[in-house]
Design a protein around this ligand. Structure first.
Ligand SMILES: [Zn+2]
Length: 196
């Protein structure tokens, strides 16, 4: 088993383009985790399928908070703050990606990519890591994932609703006196309302 530095050096030698991405992910995510690499592979697959150009903006909805969102944040600038990234945490290694739709469009074509257990079966250690039946270090799983590449993913084309911008009002909460964004006719902020 190689250590992580050796794994990274191999990536640099064998796939400079992937290395340039990995190099940005490591300081952002903390290290090259198996999940971060899965997110990166998903990102690259989605860009290929959607034929993403350099000036396209990507929107991603990740189905887990774990690892997968980070490549989208650091490499595509899709963050929760700019609404390029949403998390719909259903605990799945999957992501739906779309390109920014033109103004006025209410639905757009996207791709949902998932890490496919039917395909990981062909890589027993990777499968065991995925199914959490064996505790395996990233140093052991990352090289398998690099070798497997696109082979362990499946995807489907999906229609995605483009969110309509809600009209926003700012109100002072009658309970705590702090201002909050009001979308309906509520008079208390959600924090105070939950306490009632
Ligand atoms: Zn309040």
């Amino acid at each position: 088993m190689d250590n992580m530095d050796e794994i990274i050096t191999k990536i640099k030698e064998q796939d400079p383009e992937l290395f340039s991405q990995v190099e940005k992910i490591i300081p952002f995510h903390g290290y090259l985790s198996t999940g971060a690499l899965i997110g990166l592979q998903m990102l690259n697959i989605s860009k290929r399928i959607l034929a993403v150009n350099d000036d396209d903006r990507i929107y991603a909805t990740c189905e887990t908070y774990n690892c997968i969102p980070d490549p989208f944040q650091i490499l595509e600038g899709a963050t929760t703050g700019n609404k390029g990234l949403r998390i719909n945490d259903v605990g799945k290694m999957a992501v739906t990606v779309t390109i920014r739709a033109p103004k006025g469009v209410t639905s757009t074509r996207g791709v949902r990519i998932y890490f496919d257990t039917n395909k990981t079966k062909a890589y027993p250690k990777l499968h065991a890591w995925y199914m959490n039946t064996e505790k395996l270090p990233h140093e052991e799983v990352v090289p398998i994932l690099l070798e497997a590449g696109d082979n362990v993913y499946s995807y489907e084309m999906v229609d995605v609703d483009v969110p309509v911008k809600k009209s926003k009002k700012v109100l002072l909460c009658e309970e705590c006196g702090e201002c909050f964004i009001r979308y309906g006719d509520e008079i208390l902020c959600a924090a105070c309302d939950n306490r009632q």
